[in-house]
Design a protein around this ligand. Structure first.
Ligand code: PPE
Length: 306
């Protein structure tokens, strides 16, 4: 995976890739005091477009507010333009975009008010987040031995960098055990989400997913709910237990990096017929058209880079 690009956006200017560095004594590096987004641009019939850029940028600022930042030197509009500038300057059409607001300079003594927020935005070509065969065959997952955050221990609506240590623990354990993704349970024992995706279960034609209280309010999740409703499916937000995963007809996960991928096996139990299920494939088709600007109904989700 090459993460190289020509330019990275840093506090208002595009700097060459090699110059986009931070100092060792940056508090964000020591305490995980940073917030980020995962955004994607796709090649569409009208050129490169960033999928749901406004929603991602608003969530980035919301995450920063949750972390405690109160003032920003840029607006949502300016940050949105910066995303487009990064894609354009690097000559990318399909790419992953990673903005990060981090606690910079002087933020010691564990108080965000002692530092200031910096914003950097990179882009790189990142395909096949869950492996090359994931789309066709689905992936194998396990229920992690690590519990997802309690809503009042860390803030689950915010993509806070430090929160992702929990994901790293789970994902590393999972891959070392021969799985491709970890399903994480909330402190009550119900299914929360995966390390970087939200999760859906299909049973008897009805689609179920966890309520947003303990999880990240996924933008892909919201898009899938809209698409599913438009296709005439009922989507119910409800607590999901571990054994409801085992007896589901279909389970799939979704997120910006992973897109929409079926689960073929969970904890060594085959799900459905062990392939991406019928409803998963139907949703996949519409979703993959939508992100590539090929579904007229959802064209407003595409923000053209121009
Ligand atoms: N839950 C978690 C914990 C999560 O990190 C993501 C995105 C989602 C759900 C789905 O959210 P959305 O992208 O808005 O649909 N994970 C990002 C980071 C992945 C990474 O490896 O880093 C992403 O998909 O970009």
């Amino acid at each position: 995976m090459g993460m190289e690009s020509k330019f990275i956006w840093k506090n208002g200017e595009l700097v060459p890739f090699e110059q986009a560095t931070v100092h060792f004594l940056t508090p964000a590096l020591h305490y995980g005091a940073a917030v980020f987004e995962g955004v994607r641009a796709y090649n569409t019939p009208k050129g490169s477009a960033i999928f749901r850029l406004r929603e991602h940028t608003e969530r980035l600022f919301d995450s920063a507010r949750v972390l405690g930042f109160r003032e920003f030197p840029w607006t949502v509009e300016e940050a949105m333009k910066a995303h487009k500038d990064v894609v354009r300057a690097n000559g990318f059409t399909d790419c992953y975009i990673r903005p990060l607001i981090f606690l910079d300079g002087g933020g010691w003594n564990l108080n965000v008010d002692n530092g200031k927020p910096s914003l950097m935005i990179a882009a790189w070509e990142w395909n096949n987040y869950l492996g090359e065969e994931a789309l066709a065959k689905g992936i194998r997952a396990n229920v992690s031995s690590f519990t997802r955050h309690h809503v009042n221990v860390s803030m689950t609506k915010a993509k806070i960098a430090g929160n992702y240590v929990n994901s790293i623990l789970a994902k590393t354990e999972s891959e070392r055990g021969g799985f491709q993704e970890a399903i994480m349970l909330d402190p009550q024992g119900y299914v929360a989400e995966c390390t970087g995706e939200n999760l859906f279960v299909v049973r008897d034609g009805v689609i179920y997913t966890a309520s947003t209280a303990p999880i990240l309010e996924g933008i892909t999740r919201a898009s899938i709910v809209t698409i599913a409703n438009d296709l005439g499916y009922q989507v119910r937000e409800t607590p999901i237990s571990r054994d409801q995963l085992y007896i589901a007809d279909e389970v799939f996960v979704c997120g910006t990096a992973a897109e929409l991928i079926g689960l073929s096996e969970i904890d060594h139990r085959v799900i459905g017929d062990g392939k991406s299920g019928k409803i998963t494939r139907e949703l996949q088709k519409v979703f993959y058209d939508a992100i590539r600007g090929k579904a007229e109904k959802y064209e407003s989700w595409c923000d053209y880079v121009g």
